[in-house]
Design a binder for this molecule. Sequence first.
Ligand code: ADE
Length: 249
Amino acid sequence: MSWQATVVTLFPDMFPGPLGQSLAGRALENGVWSCRTEDLREHGLGRHRAVDDTPFGGGAGMVIRPDVADAALAATQAGANIPRVYLTPRGRPLAQADVRRYAAGPGVMLLCGRFEGVDERFLQARGVEQVSIGDYVLSGGETAALVLLDACVRLLPGVMGSEQSGVEESFSDGLLEYPHYTRPAVWDGHEVPEVLLSGNHAAIARWRQAQAEETTRERRPDLWSAWLARKNGNRTEAVGGATQADLGV
Ligand code: ADE
């Protein structure tokens, strides 16, 4: 039984897109996961197969009709046990904890919006989670869906080599990763930090930990204060819907 991605979209040709390449692509070929699309347009109404209408209350843009969205959902035959996710900048931020939950189940049903959005009654009545991939606005939910699927597929059993699965675990303490260096030891006049050439594994581990802490403090004050709170013995704090241990960064 493979992990099943079902995507409701006006642009089915966008899938699997980049996920047909590399690790995800190989896993797709090997049947570790599958990617089905349901064309929203096929459920549109009238001669023009209209999927949207003007918003009640006025305002710019168009809204996807609940009856059309529901017909597309029914056609997917995605069971009620499969999480239903609508990608929208109005959603709660996607966190690694969500990705783990999705990857651990039988699959996901993703609804990609265009225009102003989808009628809220449909989302509520059909138990659709609303998820955002970040505080910026994309032209549609398709690229967000690809991001979510990429994050899930890499966690499926057998998709990544054991080496990379290990990496996921070793950075699950809520800090950003330390920087990396490789040969040549001097490049364009720039040297590699000396400690990394010392062969002193304890010193290297201390340096990397310090770098991880400094980078997190500078770049992600939100993660940093949560990490400090945890370190100081407070109860685990939630960050973006995930516990720090779930972040895997
Ligand atoms: N659709 C448009 N912008 C989006 C975002 N930031 N996240 C998820 N879906 C979106």
